[in-house]
Design a protein around this ligand. Structure first.
Ligand code: UTP
Length: 290
């Protein structure tokens, strides 16, 4: 079955990025000149996904405005003959069929995904975290859709993050030898260094069987008092195959200050119009000068 729908959870409070995330959704933080969530949507669209549900919450209005038409702006750009800008602005609102639902309280990622139940119905679906950007030659969720079409079961996008970092992620345990796709034996949300059985972490991309919804409904709050998607996926892995696929690409957690800065630098250095100036600036920067 083809994956045609995606869910982008974007209702979290972004407490790791205060104060900017107090009124500005962290998913709207710009990487160079484009909001983070636009990169995420473009990744889904490049993988052939047509219908996208964004899970929003209070203070997230800017996301809806960004993907809506801006008639006044278009009028001004037309009057000024800024045709390229005009085309770019119109393309944003034509990217995909975007739908919204509010998660009334940020009760956790698992709860956010459960809000998508009506929209998804009974088909496999993609989940892309709204603050995770992946630079890859083949869009990460497209790589995973390919694996899904071979396996026919849930696929988690994973990479090794190092033992010192595994406590920040959902960790994968498998009995199989390391390979590009291994069957998941157990998943643990934010294990301590000692508890973790591997440093293979789930990194913000999932293709999930719809059976997850009935599991999520009965999943109690876990780590951090939140309803964790990892816990529900762990239950799912006990009932049917779940695969951990090591995707090709570099992933940035833009909801983390350092991740945001790293993403900004990589994406800027890939831009012909900005790279020479940025490189020269970094080479000349003397912090003790003033
Ligand atoms: P994060 O854990 O990165 O988001 O969730 P957060 O809770 O906003 O982070 P901090 O720790 O307070 O900084 C990953 C994704 O899931 C969404 C977030 O918006 C983010 O895109 N999310 C998280 C929800 O939609 N609802 C929630 O209840 C929690």
């Amino acid at each position: 079955m083809q994956v045609k729908k995606a869910v982008i959870p974007a209702a979290g409070l972004g407490t790791r990025f205060l104060p900017v995330s107090k009124a500005l959704p962290k998913e709207m933080l710009p990487i160079v000149d484009k909001p983070t969530i636009q990169y995420v949507i473009e990744e889904a669209v490049a993988a052939g996904i047509e219908d996208i549900l964004i899970i929003t919450g209070r203070n997230k209005q800017a996301i809806e405005d960004h993907f809506d038409r801006s008639i006044e702006l278009e009028l001004v750009l037309r009057q000024k003959n800024k045709n390229d800008d005009l085309k770019n602005m119109q393309q944003i609102s034509d990217l995909a069929n975007i739908f919204y639902i509010r998660q009334k309280e940020p009760l956790g990622l698992g709860h956010a995904v459960l809000c998508a139940r009506q929209f998804i119905g009974n088909e496999p679906f993609a989940v892309l975290l709204g603050d995770d950007v992946i630079h890859a030659r083949v869009p990460c969720i497209g790589q995973m859709a390919e694996v899904y079409s071979q396996k026919g079961n849930t696929v988690l996008g994973v990479q090794q993050v190092g033992w010192e970092n595994i406590h920040k992620y959902g960790a994968v345990e498998s009995d199989e030898n390391p390979g590009s796709a291994v069957r998941v034996k157990r998943l643990t949300e934010k294990p301590s260094r000692e508890e973790a059985k591997s440093d293979l972490a789930v990194l913000g991309r999932y293709i999930i069987d719809p059976d997850i919804f009935s599991i999520l409904e009965n999943t109690a709050p876990g780590s951090g008092g939140e309803i964790q998607l990892t816990d529900a996926l762990n239950t799912l892995a006990g009932r049917q195959p779940v695969w951990a696929y090591t995707f090709e690409g570099r992933r940035y957690d833009v909801g983390d200050r350092l991740g945001f800065l790293e993403a900004t630098i990589e994406f800027a250095l890939r831009r012909e119009d900005l790279a020479p100036g940025l490189k020269a600036f970094l080479a000349d920067l003397k912090l003790d000068q003033f």
